[in-house]
Design a protein around this ligand. Structure first.
Ligand SMILES: [Cu+2]
Length: 297
């Protein structure tokens, strides 16, 4: 009996250490994925094309086996189940080891003449970027736009949605959009990577909007590739963000040089070795263990 208690005590200690490790790694992820350019300035040097722009291209790999998409319980709105009976989770879409829906952008760095990319001002595109609600999910799942560029939200479903972005640097709002209603147009004035968007009607609905001061961003396609076009020659910190891995997602960065009229390569990898928290949830599945310390750290 005493021996059993000792085994239990040792297990509790081990699990506490694992839980602590999990909390620490979450903190590290938070630090690694801050909102960028949150102190946007309206002053700056107006960007003028020299005609020698290049690209940043690459592919986003996913190491290891991703969790299989889960079927979504649409019982909160039967119309959703009828419209889209195959709704599944979209947080990690991997095909042939490549990750879709990573947001890739120039985070920092300078053009060849030494001007920091964040010091330039760029004209606001006149065309809107569309976020559709179709089959009770957001299409696309991740999108980018420039500060003050119009986001046009459409409802293609025979049911009501309620769009609710939850930014940190921009004002929060939420708005109902019934079936057949006119598009809603909104702007975000401040750069913010990325703003989560949810639906107050359908708890599974989620999308992410990256707002930048400049036009140098892209979202990885289903084959994991992306191209950021029109990049002036220079050396930059390129960041790739994906929604999993922490409360604010995971961001990875690398230095990339773009030559005049050329291309800089930025290949990233997500996934990889199991984290402390996934090891912990593996242990929680073991029926013989009692773990009173879990969740108390
Ligand atoms: Cu909805």
């Amino acid at each position: 009996m005493f021996k059993h208690m000792r085994v239990g005590f040792v297990l509790t200690i081990i699990l506490s250490i694992l839980a602590l490790g999990s909390a620490c790694s979450k903190q590290a992820t938070n630090d690694a994925a801050p909102d960028t350019n949150s102190t946007a300035s309206t002053t700056g040097k107006s960007y003028a094309s020299k005609g020698d722009e290049g690209t940043v291209t690459g592919a986003i790999a996913y190491n290891g086996a991703p969790a299989a998409p889960k079927k979504i319980d649409t019982s909160a709105d039967p119309v959703c189940g009828q419209t889209n009976p195959n709704l599944v989770t979209e947080d990690t879409i991997v095909k042939d080891g490549k990750l879709a829906n990573a947001f890739v952008y120039i985070k920092d760095g300078a053009t060849a003449d030494g001007t920091k990319v964040t010091e330039y001002t760029f004209p606001t595109p006149t065309e809107a970027v569309t976020l559709d609600q179709k089959g009770c999910h957001y299409v696309p799942h991740v999108l980018g736009l420039q500060a003050n560029q119009k986001l046009r939200i459409t409802n293609s479903d025979p049911t009501q949605h309620n769009i609710h972005p939850t930014p940190k640097s921009n004002p929060e709002w939420n708005q109902t959009q019934s079936n057949g209603a006119a598009p809603i147009e909104k702007t975000f004035g401040r750069p913010e990577v990325l703003i989560p968007v949810k639906c107050n009607q359908h708890p599974w609905m989620k999308s992410y909007v990256g707002v930048l001061k400049h036009p140098f961003y892209a979202v990885s396609a289903e084959d994991g590739t992306f191209t950021i076009k029109g990049v002036p020659p220079g050396t930059y910190t390129v960041a790739a963000w994906h929604e999993k891995g922490g409360p604010n997602g995971t961001e990875k960065t690398m230095q990339v040089t773009v030559p005049a009229n050329g291309s800089g390569k930025a290949d990233f990898a997500f996934g990889g070795a199991p984290t402390a928290s996934s090891r912990l949830s593996g242990l929680q599945m073991m029926p013989a263990l009692e773990m009173p310390m879990i969740g108390r750290h």
